[in-house]
Design a protein around this ligand. Structure first.
Ligand code: TRP
Length: 450
């Protein structure tokens, strides 16, 4: 088709680490426990798993097929596969949405850096729930501390992205991901020993369907998309770096299982502690930062655990943040012909400036409300609950209706070397089930379904 000196992932393991690195992030460890906490716990988990398998999986597979087919960035994919069509707008939307997500992702990632620092300096020693809470609140309302950490985090992200696909993305993901797994399992085991642990587990695993509202169903969908990194051209971009011999179906299943497992483990590590220390499971975005410092205090070698945990949370955030930054950077490099360093600097600068509003919305800009939410929550809501589902619908429609079926089949089957048994069902899901489901959920939450 066209000639490239495009560099892809070096090894299969590296590719999985990078993809899982994108999926596993703050979405699993920071967001999942509190979103589950505010949306009814067990019932939410069930709906979440259902959406992950029934909708997240087909959409992920579609993104994989598109990206690997086109060997292009999120915009270029539509330029190549759907030249001169309205689909190019969707390409642009992906670039914008990825940047917007990173703008608030950087906020929380900055918090994790502060918590690495606080843990290193033993700042939580001997503190009770109220003190831990007031430390967090004081940090958030400080005029610029959180902003400095956000800038630091964005600089780290940019440094990795400048290294490129193999020496940046792949290399760092391969180190961080296994470590993250070990730590979260260790924390989980520890949480089981807390008094009141059972109550936390019951909250997470016993469904109370009465607490499931239309909005929490939408949140489950948004959370599934957010956590899997689907809907906005990220996986599409990463998949363009996958070798042509990679089995896309098994790769996406591996990513999905890893991602869901880490979310459940994070819930099992955090929710028992929430109940054990009498913290409100509905505390929102601060939940992880309020509970874990107390868990660590009760542990022998607590400081070491605390440092390790927040460091690894930072790395989980980093491997996701780089996947988000790669979207605009690949776009600027391939479509606008900028040099990689220039593209990285430009994208990072713009995203950090937008992101500063998100960060400051917990402090100096606290009083600015959009539809009753602060800027951060509004930005998260717009991205997770509207743009990602919308992106999901568009991906389904594109892969299911616009794209030539034979072409999709040949990409999924590696040019007929693999047998794809459920192809008909897959097309049916892409064409009807997934887009209609997502659409209904969207309408419902926008109050248009009566
Ligand atoms: N999935 C990541 C997480 O769980 C966040 C993320 C990375 C993301 N890339 C994305 C979310 C693309 C949506 C779209 O933290």
């Amino acid at each position: 088709m066209h000639h490239h000196t495009r560099i892809g992932f070096k090894s299969n393991l590296g590719a999985i680490a990078a993809l899982a690195g994108s999926a596993v992030g703050l979405g699993n460890i920071w967001k999942f426990p509190y979103v589950a906490g505010t949306n009814g716990g067990g019932a939410f988990l069930l709906v979440y798993i259902f959406f992950t398998l029934a909708i997240g999986f087909p959409v992920m597979l579609a993104e994989f097929s598109l990206g690997r087919r086109s060997q292009q960035n999120a915009f270029g994919t539509f330029r190549v596969l759907a030249p001169d069509s309205k689909w190019l707008l969707f390409g642009s939307l992906s670039i914008i949405a990825a940047s917007l997500i990173l703008s608030f992702y950087g906020t929380v990632s900055g918090w994790t850096l502060e918590y690495v620092w606080l843990s290193l300096t033993n700042a939580f020693q001997g503190q009770h729930a109220e003190e831990v809470t007031s430390v967090f609140n004081a940090f958030l309302s400080h005029p610029y501390k959180a902003l400095l950490w956000q800038i630091g985090f964005m600089a780290l992200t940019a440094a990795i992205i400048m290294g490129g696909v193999q020496k940046g993305i792949e290399r760092y993901s391969k180190i961080m991901m296994p470590l993250l797994f070990v730590i979260i399992i260790a924390l989980c085991i520890n949480s089981m020993t807390l008094t009141g642990a059972l109550e936390g587990l019951r909250f997470l695993f016993l469904p109370k369907f009465s607490e499931l509202t239309a909005n929490s169903i939408l949140s489950a969908l948004g959370q599934a998309f957010f956590s899997l990194s689907v809907g906005m051209g990220i996986l599409l971009t990463y998949a363009s770096y996958l070798p042509k011999t990679d089995n896309l179906t098994t790769t996406s299943l591996k990513v999905i299982v890893t991602d869901t497992l880490v979310a459940i483990l994070a819930g099992m590590a955090i929710l028992p502690a929430v109940f054990s220390f009498g913290i409100d499971p509905q505390s929102g975005p601060g939940l992880v930062f309020l509970t874990l410092p107390q868990v660590f205090q009760g542990l022998p070698g607590g400081t070491v655990w605390a440092v390790l945990f927040f460091l690894l949370l930072t790395f989980a955030a980093l491997t996701s943040a780089i996947s988000l930054l790669e979207v605009p950077v690949a776009y600027l490099v391939e479509e606008k012909k900028l040099k990689r360093p220039t593209a990285t600097l430009l994208a990072t600068l713009v995203i950090t400036v937008i992101g500063s509003f998100n960060t400051l919305s917990f402090g100096p800009l606290k009083h600015v409300k959009i539809f009753g939410m602060n800027i951060f929550d509004a930005c998260d809501y717009l991205c997770s609950n509207i743009l990602l589902p919308l992106g999901g619908i568009l991906i389904c429609l594109f892969a299911g209706w616009y794209l030539n079926k034979a072409l999709l089949y040949s990409e999924l089957s590696n040019d007929h070397r693999l047998k794809i048994r459920f192809f008909k069902l897959y097309i049916f899901i892409l064409r009807y089930i997934a887009p209609v489901c997502i659409f209904l959920i969207l309408l419902n939450v926008l109050g248009l379904l009566g």
